[in-house]
Design a protein around this ligand. Structure first.
Ligand code: HEC
Ligand SMILES: [Cu+2]
Length: 496
């Protein structure tokens, strides 16, 4: 230490290389003006040979090469002195005016204004001299201190962000629970599906927090402070981190694939002796046939706690059977028996639900809703017996046919206009047609309207919406004269 302290402060000796004498003069006065203590211009050379010759005699610490001098080969200067055995410091300098110059320092690889560069240069040298005086030990302790300080800072940031992630995740899970994302679960099949959903919600909440918290934290805490013009720290990347964020999502996806597969298997598992129901979708209503009992209904009756296997098909376009409380969903496809799709539901709650079509199937898609009634087994049996028998009252039979053939889903009996005119309007005894003519409503008109709906079109409605042919879904036969008479008897009863 004592030798370093006693060493006299040496001047920094600068050699200028340029073939233009004006460059040397300009630079000299520019340096003089700045009164940089301890910087001494020891000479000027105009090419590489001269520089090599002058080395021993002038013993420079730094060579400033004229950046704009085309005659000088600056790469050779750099090769010779920076990388060569001499190991001198060489910078390129471009004189902008009497006041300004830009320095390209090959050591820092940066372009700088002369003042900044001078400050940096003299400071580096000063501080390295100081460090030598203070001894290596203190320098090492210094490094250690900054290192530990950085580590501590990083750990604190991580700790705070991690804590925030936990809080936000918990809040999100609580919030999703609170707003009840899922409707009540009313089937056995809903259970595995809901379990999977809840697990997914939790993982999604965590991932969302992880991304958003770290992003917002970085934006707020690490933003550029006012007046700070330095470059950010250069970060190369981290193999550990990259491996982690590849393996973790892969594992998560695989786990969920397995869970999803087993949940799907659980929802399609057959129970012994399920109740068979044929579900037929058509534009725009559902009908439900119980083939083992010869019953057809426009409402889906199901006994509680017994598995029903729904055999889905469509008469026209693709529809989709969906009762949200049952969770499961399946398409109803046209194309006959080969395209029948199966859906298993074991209702677990008594009550009334609604089946809706989950496939955009045309203009009246929104009306394609039917009641689903989950009843006790005894009530279900009673309903079946009642539906299976044919009443001897034509009005009652007519009402039944109006659901069998789906009339009721387009025609109300209370005056409400659905897809077609309400049958209550028939009570007026006359109908106004699309061409403005008014004709009496009699048995002939009604029969014609059913068998050949396009013959006369009611004002305010379009032709071609009412089906041209009605087939009994149980017997698969076209509508009979007797059935039409029954329906007309039912229509007349509405007016009474
Ligand atoms: C897909 C919907 C739809 C279905 C199903 C349907 N209709 Fe219609 N119906 C209409 C429309 C729309 C009109 C009005 C246009 C017209 O006159 O053809 C209409 C008109 C009628 C009229 C004339 C009404 C009046 O006010 O003058 C009668 C009667 C009628 N339907 C009977 C039936 C019967 C009976 C059934 C079942 C066997 C049936 N409809 C099924 C849509 C339907
Ligand atoms: Cu539909």
């Amino acid at each position: 230490m004592s030798t370093a302290q006693s060493e006299p402060v040496k001047n920094r000796r600068v050699l200028i290389a340029s073939s233009h004498p004006l460059f040397g003069q300009g630079l000299r006065s520019l340096l003089q003006e700045r009164q940089t203590a301890g910087v001494e211009v020891v000479g000027m050379v105009s090419n590489l040979e001269e520089a090599l010759q002058a080395l021993d005699q002038l013993d420079p610490d730094l060579i400033i090469v004229d950046y704009d001098d085309k005659k000088l080969n600056r790469d050779e200067f750099l090769a010779r002195f920076v990388e060569g055995e001499k190991k001198l410091r060489v910078v390129l300098l471009s004189l902008q005016s009497a006041q300004e110059a830009i320095v390209y320092d090959r050591r820092t690889l940066a372009a700088a204004q002369i003042d900044d560069w001078l400050e940096e240069w003299t400071f580096t040298e000063d501080s390295s001299r100081l460090a030598a005086q203070r001894g290596k030990f203190e320098t090492i302790m210094d490094h250690r201190r900054t290192f530990m300080k950085n580590r501590l800072q990083k750990a604190t940031h991580l700790l705070i962000a991690g804590f925030l992630v936990v809080i936000v995740t918990a809040l999100l899970i609580f919030g999703m629970d609170y707003i009840r994302l899922l409707p009540t679960a009313a089937s056995a099949q809903a259970e595995p599906i809901d379990q999977l959903f809840h697990l997914e919600f939790k993982v999604i909440a965590f991932l969302f927090s992880l991304i958003v918290v770290f992003m917002l934290y970085s934006i707020i805490v690490f933003r550029r402070k006012r007046g700070d013009t330095t470059d950010a720290e250069h970060i190369e990347g981290s193999t550990n981190l990259e491996v982690a964020w590849t393996v973790a999502p892969l594992a998560t996806v695989l786990v969920f694939a397995y869970l999803g597969g087993s949940a799907l298997a659980a929802t399609v598992a057959p129970a012994p002796k399920p109740l068979r129901v044929e579900v037929i979708g058509k534009q725009w209503n559902w009908s439900f046939v119980y083939p083992d009992y010869g019953v057809i209904s426009d409402k889906l009756y199901l006994p509680v706690d017994k598995q029903a296997v729904l055999l889905l098909r469509s008469d026209d376009v693709i529809h989709s059977f969906w009762v949200p409380e049952f969770r499961v969903k399946q398409d109803a496809l046209p194309g006959g028996q080969d395209f029948v799709r199966e859906l298993r539901v074991t209702p677990t709650q008594l009550g009334e639900f609604k089946v809706r079509c989950a496939e955009l199937c045309g203009a009246q898609h929104t009306y394609m809703e039917s009641p689903v009634l989950v009843v006790a087994q005894t009530d279900f049996d009673a309903w079946l017996t009642k539906e299976a028998g044919l009443s001897d009252d034509p009005v009652e039979r007519g009402q039944k046919w109006s659901t069998t053939f789906g009339c009721a889903s387009c025609h109300s009996i209370d005056g409400t206009k659905i897809v077609g005119p309400s049958w209550k309007d028939l009570c007026e005894g006359q109908a106004t047609l699309a061409d403005g003519s008014v004709i009496p409503v009699d048995e002939n008109y009604l029969r014609e309207s059913i068998l050949n709906p396009n013959a006369k079109i009611v004002q305010g409605f379009a032709a071609g919406i009412m089906p041209q042919q009605f087939i009994d879904p149980v017997s698969k036969k076209p509508i009979t004269d007797q059935q039409i008479s029954d329906i007309i008897a039912y229509m007349n009863s509405i007016c009474r």
